[in-house]
Design a protein. Sequence first.
Lengths: 249, 60
Amino acid sequence: MWNWLKTLYHRLGSPKWFYQITSKWLPWFVGSSLLLLGLGLVLGLAYAPMDYQQGNSFRIMYVHVPAAFLAQSVYMMMAVAGIVLLVWKMKMADVVAQALAPIGAIMTFISLVTGAIWGMPTWGTWWMWDARLTSMLILFFLYLGVMALREALSPQETAAKACALLAIVGVINIPIIKYSVDWWYTLHQPASIKLTEKPAMPASMYLPLLFMVLGFYALLGWSVLLRARAEVLRREAKSGWVRELLKDK
Amino acid sequence: MYFDSLSDLINMGGHGLYVWSSYAITLVLLTSSILLPWLNLKRTRKQLSRQIAREAANSR
């Protein structure tokens, strides 16, 4: 197991291997995201029973929760990639980190916007400066900061290190988001589903959410691979295998 | 289906506008987070292969 992981790690460090293997992975991400998101959307919109307290507005949960979940999860991935870059100097980690930032920002934006829309019928307001909402807004600005830093700095290695550092420091915001609903008085409801407990809702309600979360993850993989592949080609443009690959196209 | 009719599904007991706009915004953003990188990848491939062809022609 350990040796297998070590081999995988070394291979992932090779841009050529990354480009080749991801062309085999891509169709799986495409297929599973289309299937899961399609299933989740139809079930969530039309088949899940209505929430007795919130009425049909609770259906916003099926896009809001996966987006908010991934917003944080993508940030953690970006920070891990940052650590791999800074500690082991693996350049591919930076390619992945660079590909993660925009989709992370989009996920955070989706969660903020759908949260605001959900807030209107539920709380009677679009926005409140409370702990959960504010810490999510800070997460959005962290993503924008990482992306701006990448644009602003050169050479590439300096930008990569600075982005990694900002990503790692910004992780402090993640537990604040998670526990904000417990630590402070807030309008935001606590987590509806925990990984460790059986959900307190019927399967017809939580299965669509499960499909949507998995579908969002698959779409994340799809989007990140597309961005990372383009970036690998740009960075490796001078190397033999890219010239061979693009020679007669 | 949970709803009795198509108009019920669209109206959602008065919450239709909130629910449908949330889903629409999400779908547009998710689609763009696939479409834009995909177009960019295609453009990158084209640009690089043109560059490679040009360099090959120059060195001949």
